[in-house]
Design a protein around this ligand. Structure first.
Ligand code: SF4
Length: 304
């Protein structure tokens, strides 16, 4: 049944000239038929390099907006219209605009996991893998980091000479992991490197052998000689790694690491989005496209 649907999707993509991009937190059956897989920024950049003029994204809305911002001439469709990310939508843009008005000279750094409206009032975007590098290259000594206070805290610890003001936001999935979970994992899997995403709380991150983005965790596990790992990010990453490296063992740091927003998209949703009978096309006004693109361009400039 899954195989049949996958075959139909592969044929339909070709017939309709569609490129399917899927975030690494998506289910395996979707990733197996995706043309581009990766984190949100990798998907946006990857979509620029393909000839297809229609991009279907399996992920959440801010990612589809990100693809649209970097591919304004392409048609971008979010496979499941209701796939959102609570963290991306956590802050009203007007509150950030007010902060800027009250604090001239303090730039606002936005995690890429934000809506286009929110990006539009910020100065520079960062990904979890580039946050430290980009903030370190900014000329200002003080910044406001939104929306994830845990990633912001991580940046602050790496850059003690900077003052990183935090917003009390974050990813509820990663923030649900506790120090008790890490201590239990260490006890159950002694010696296994613990790889943790910086969206986890500082009391969890401090026990990590490696802190990195989803892609960095995948790369670390692929290149390491260790045979056993504890994975501290959305549980699909441990599943994908186990599938890719059957001779290594991957343990989930906590069973709480499941993102319901990422799991809402089914293979059937992907089929309908490609067939033109489902999904939601991303439409952003020209002004929003211009304003939300600015901090992304700044990120590319500072990150390269
Ligand atoms: S894992 Fe967290 S940041 Fe990622 S989509 Fe889910 S809620 Fe949003």
């Amino acid at each position: 049944m899954i195989r049949e649907l996958q075959d139909k999707i592969i044929a339909l993509k070709k017939e309709k000239g569609v490129c399917l991009v899927a975030h690494t937190y998506q289910a395996s059956e979707i990733l197996e038929v995706a043309d581009i897989k990766g984190d949100s920024f990798q998907l946006s950049v990857g979509a620029q390099k393909v000839p297809e003029q229609t991009i279907v994204l399996a992920g959440v809305r801010f990612m589809a907006e990100g693809v649209k911002l970097l591919n304004p001439e392409k048609k971008v469709i979010l496979a499941h219209p209701e796939a959102g990310c609570p963290m991306a939508e956590q802050i009203a843009p007007a509150r950030v605009a007010q902060f800027k008005q009250d604090n001239p000279g303090i730039p606002v750094v936005a995690y890429i996991n934000t809506t286009a409206e929110l990006k539009a009032v910020c100065d520079v975007c960062v990904t979890s893998s580039t946050a430290v590098k980009i903030v370190s290259r900014m000329p200002e000594n003080e910044i406001l980091f939104i929306p994830d206070c845990n990633l912001g805290d991580y940046v602050q610890r790496q850059l003690p000479d900077k003052k990183v003001n935090l917003w009390l936001g974050g990813c509820h999935v990663h923030a649900a992991v506790t120090e008790k979970d890490v201590l239990a994992a260490k006890k159950s899997h002694p010696g296994a490197p613990i790889l943790i995403h910086p969206e986890c709380v500082p009391d969890v991150v401090k026990h990590a052998d490696f802190v990195g983005s989803t892609s960095a965790i995948l790369d670390y596990a692929a290149q390491s000689d260790a045979r056993e790992f504890v994975i501290g990010t959305e549980m699909s990453i441990a599943e994908h790694l186990a599938y890719q490296f059957p001779d290594k063992q991957f343990h989930i740091l906590s069973k709480k690491l499941v993102c319901p927003n990422m799991k809402i998209t089914s293979l059937m949703d992907v089929y309908h989005a490609i067939a033109g009978t489902g999904g939601d096309e991303i439409n952003l006004s020209p002004e929003l496209m211009r304003d939300a693109r600015r901090p992304i361009d700044k990120m590319i400039e500072l990150g390269s």
